[in-house]
Design a protein around this ligand. Structure first.
Ligand code: CA
Length: 220
């Protein structure tokens, strides 16, 4: 899962990036509304954290422009204390959730998880596929109750496939959703991650769909 943070306050932006990265998401950061709008318009984010008070283009305008061009990714807005009118304007502009500054990072992470799972049509923080369970609250995967030891990138691949289970996911989609923009991307590494995951998972869980990508299939 790949997250965009649009926040002009350097300390908060760095704290957000560190916490969200530590929760095993790929993270891109923009420090003004123009860059943020462009990145959200051109890259496939799974969710966006959008501050409303931004230089160059304010957050409400950024959000309106995305929604006007049918960019539907979940957006959580950050509003100032006592800014109830901002919340109303933000929700009307297409925000899916909001947090008032200052906030606890744990609450932000919980809201982020909820936005991502709702976007995928999942009701629970625990995603289940046969014997495999993925607990998005602590980035933990278990098979029949046994915890799997996964690297951060293996976890990201598995989490993306779990959020999109029974769908064919292309290798390029995996690359776009597990790496941040400035990461040195190599789509061959996706094959390596898949091969390592297959060794750790029950046989037959991840199918290769020739020429199209991969599919994590629910047991019939
Ligand atoms: Ca601001």
């Amino acid at each position: 899962m790949r997250i965009l943070i649009v926040e002009d306050e350097p300390t908060l932006s760095a704290q957000l990036a560190a916490a969200i990265t530590a929760a095993d998401y790929a993270v891109d950061v923009a420090s003004n509304g123009l860059d943020g709008h462009f990145m959200g318009d051109t890259e496939p984010y799974d969710a966006v954290i959008l501050d409303l008070g931004l230089p160059q283009m304010d957050g409400i305008t950024v959000l309106r422009k995305w929604r006007a061009t049918d960019r539907r990714m979940p957006v959580l807005i950050l509003t100032a204390r006592d800014g109830w009118h901002e919340k109303v304007a933000g929700i009307d502009a297409g925000a899916d959730d909001y947090l008032t500054k200052p906030f606890h990072m744990e609450e932000l992470l919980a809201r982020l998880r909820a936005l991502i799972r709702r976007a995928g049509g999942h009701a629970s923080a625990e995603l289940v596929c046969g014997l495999l369970t993925l607990d998005t609250r602590n980035s933990r995967a278990t098979v029949a109750g046994q915890v799997l030891t996964l690297t951060s990138h293996e976890y990201r691949v598995l989490a993306y496939l779990m959020h999109h289970r029974d769908e064919v996911v292309s290798r390029s989609a995996l690359v776009e959703h597990i790496y941040a923009q400035d990461f040195d991307r190599d789509s061959n590494t996706v094959e390596v991650f898949i091969a390592r995951l297959r060794k750790k998972l029950p046989a037959g869980l991840i199918d290769t769909v020739r020429g199209l990508g991969y599919r994590l299939s629910s047991p019939k």
